[in-house]
Design a protein around this ligand. Structure first.
Ligand code: HPA
Length: 310
């Protein structure tokens, strides 16, 4: 984009303010809805929708299960708190530059957002964290960031108020993580419905090989996904408080040991019967299905967290 970022942001915010009533267009809380989780929109009161196609600087989500709509509305008891929610996000694997992937986060900040709740679908690397668990993220590692090629903050600093070297050791707000577990308790969710863990960001779009799964697990990650971390990094640069909730939609295929084709052939040649085993695979279908099955709980949890925010 040829026009400076600050001018583009001003333009986008102006468009939003021309389309959304004033009492909804300056929310303090932002939400990003991951795969299959866009039904959060149905818990908004006085909802107002703005298609991404109407907004300067916004891309279109090309992933099944993602919409391309910004939603404004009220959540929580009483008058309710104004929120803005991204129904559908962008990923580098769609071919978008990280500046586009993270642009909506900067828009949220420019609208007045101070706290952001980011949801996603993720694969579990931890046998103690089964499918269906909602994981509050406490930390992350991002191989694409460490390797340099795919870091959202590469390039000139975009605002005089931004740090050149941003610390991320405090990226995941302890007080918001506390509210997540208090909210789960208030909703009466069973203890095993929630957990906490470390998110590994991979670029995708392939699911991990068993060796990659084992590598990520041994490196200390509990869940893995292809989104969220660029948004977290930019949210931190913008000074937002961050909470990330990952819904475990599948177990990552991890092989501690491999079936030995060599041994199988030897057994066969020795006249023994060898039963063939199928290799497990992950599909976007199962990811979406679990997203749908748990969308309601995720939605209630997000709404409860928001009502607990001061
Ligand atoms: N790997 C990476 N990203 C994912 C997965 C997975 O298994 N499930 C949902 N998003």
């Amino acid at each position: 984009n040829a026009i400076p970022l600050s001018d583009l942001l001003e333009k986008t915010c102006k468009t939003i303010r021309s389309l959304v009533p004033e009492h909804l267009s300056s929310p303090r809380i932002g939400i990003v809805c991951g795969s299959g989780l866009s039904s959060l929109a149905s818990s908004l009161r006085e909802p107002q929708f703005v298609e991404y196609s109407k907004l300067e600087g916004f891309a279109e989500s090309t992933v099944p299960g993602h919409k391309s709509t910004l939603a404004f509305g009220l959540i929580g008891p009483g008058e309710g708190k104004p929120v803005v929610a991204m129904l559908g996000r962008f990923h580098p694997y769609e071919g978008y530059a990280l500046a586009s992937v993270t642009y909506p986060i900067r828009v949220m900040k420019a609208l007045g957002v101070q706290k952001i709740l980011i949801t996603n679908a993720a694969g579990s690397l931890n046998p103690k964290i089964p499918v269906g668990t909602i994981v509050t993220i406490r930390d992350h590692f991002a191989l694409p960031n460490l390797a340099g090629a795919l870091h959202p903050l590469l390039g000139p600093v975009t605002s005089p108020s931004h740090a050149r070297f941003l610390p991320l050791s405090d990226a995941y707000s302890p007080s918001l993580r506390r509210l997540a577990f208090l909210a789960a308790h208030k909703l009466g969710l069973p203890d095993d419905a929630t957990d906490e863990g470390v998110y590994a960001w991979v670029s995708g779009p392939t699911y991990e090989t068993p060796a990659e799964g084992l590598f990520l697990r041994r490196s200390g990650a509990d869940v893995v996904g292809m989104s969220t971390i660029p948004e977290v990094v930019v949210a931190r640069e913008e000074g937002l408080e961050v909470l990330v909730l990952s819904l475990v939609t599948n177990m990552v295929v991890i092989n501690e040991t491999y079936r030995s084709i060599k041994d199988e052939v030897k057994a066969e040649l020795a006249g023994n019967l060898v039963t063939q085993q199928e290799t497990a695979t992950v599909s976007h279908g199962e990811v979406l299905e679990m997203g749908k099955a748990k969308a309601e709980v995720m939605m209630q949890l997000v709404a409860e967290i928001i009502s607990l925010i001061e």
